[in-house]
Design a protein around this ligand. Structure first.
Ligand SMILES: [Zn+2]
Ligand SMILES: [Zn+2]
Length: 343
């Protein structure tokens, strides 16, 4: 457990324009039965910070309900006091007092998803260059059954393994990454989706892919495919399910208990030729676009110039509940106003 984990909160990082990836393209085969989670909603940073806070409070409550006192305390302490390096208009960096590293913690999972992106983005870019493949975001779904989360995940992963062994798949895809997303409907049935960044060799008829998916699942042909126009945005879209595999605010104590029992379940992986490529990949210093951005803010201290506007940065000490308010104040201020205090 790290007492002082450095986490950078990059202004542009999680505000990448959602529009750039949802832009319809003539070649897009859009399946209208797309899952709800695919329709992005645009929220402000203050709203997102507030949601993280609420999610966390909800988790703490559930952990207490389950008499998981240690977990509840850790979650409660995580990101409870923050050192915010800001110019008054932008936040360059946030250093939390403590990070709990719990998989469902909304603050810690953001950091984890950034790490995954930093790791995989350079490998994906290099793989695309070497192989002349184009990335697509594929969502595979399955029918809902009365089963545990674990069974539901095992079922979709096993169907996917079968799919990747078929010649249609091999002819059209050269590998990629997968991640799991879990939701639960009002009847308590688990909906598990597999989000894939697939490297497509060529165009194919989406109906054929549906037929293949039906052949391996036996009862499901529902899938969604869209081209990824910006690899960084596409990867971010997919890894967000690794960091946020569930709608935690609709979570009950029983769900948390079930999740605690799944401790080692894999949520993300690579497949096909991309998996082998990752094993042998040696990054060069200039490959890593995200890391560049991150290293830009890593060494910032009070008095340094804001990476976005060059104004001097100062250190603001905030409690966890004050962070959304600070974002709000920045958002509601005119662009030339510097927020130095807030209340
Ligand atoms: Zn945490
Ligand atoms: Zn600034």
């Amino acid at each position: 457990m790290k007492q002082l984990a450095l986490s950078t909160d990059l202004i542009n990082f999680d505000t990448l324009p959602a529009a750039s990836q949802s832009k319809p393209s003539p070649q897009t085969y859009l399946d209208k039965r797309v899952t709800k989670s695919q329709r992005g909603t645009k929220r402000t940073r203050s709203q997102r910070a507030r949601e993280r806070l609420q999610t966390k409070e909800h988790l703490v409550g559930l952990a207490r309900e389950l008499h998981e006192g240690e977990l509840a305390d850790k979650l409660d302490r995580c990101h409870s006091r923050l050192s915010v390096l800001t110019c008054g208009r932008h936040i360059a960096r946030i250093i939390p007092n403590f990070t709990c590293e719990f998989r469902l913690c909304p603050d810690c999972s953001r950091r984890r998803s950034r790490k995954l992106q930093n790791k995989y983005l350079p490998m994906m870019s290099a793989f695309m260059l070497h192989n002349r493949v184009t990335p697509v975001h594929l969502v595979l779904t399955q029918t809902h059954r009365k089963e545990t989360r674990k069974q539901s995940a095992a079922r979709i992963r096993s169907s996917f393994t079968k799919l990747t062994r078929r010649s249609f798949w091999k002819d059209n895809f050269k590998g990629g990454t997968w991640s799991l997303e879990f939701t639960k409907d009002k009847n308590g049935l688990h909906h598990t989706h597999l989000h894939i960044v697939g490297f497509r060799r060529k165009f194919f008829d989406i109906h054929l892919l549906r037929g293949e998916w039906l052949a391996v699942t036996g009862d499901s042909h529902v899938l969604h495919l869209k081209p990824i126009l910006d690899l960084a945005v596409g990867l971010q879209e997919v890894v967000k399910y690794v960091s946020k595999p569930l709608d935690i605010r609709r979570f009950g104590a029983a769900d948390l208990k079930e999740f605690l029992g799944l401790k080692n379940m894999r949520m993300f992986g690579t497949f096909g030729e991309f998996r082998d490529f990752c094993k042998g990949f040696e990054p060069s210093d200039n490959d890593d676009a995200m890391s560049e951005l991150e290293s830009l803010t890593r060494d910032l201290v009070e008095g340094c110039a804001c990476p976005q506007c060059n104004a001097p940065l100062f250190d603001l000490r905030l409690s966890k509940s004050e962070l959304p308010q600070f974002y709000e104040q920045i958002e509601s201020s005119p662009p030339d106003k510097v927020v130095t205090s807030w209340n």
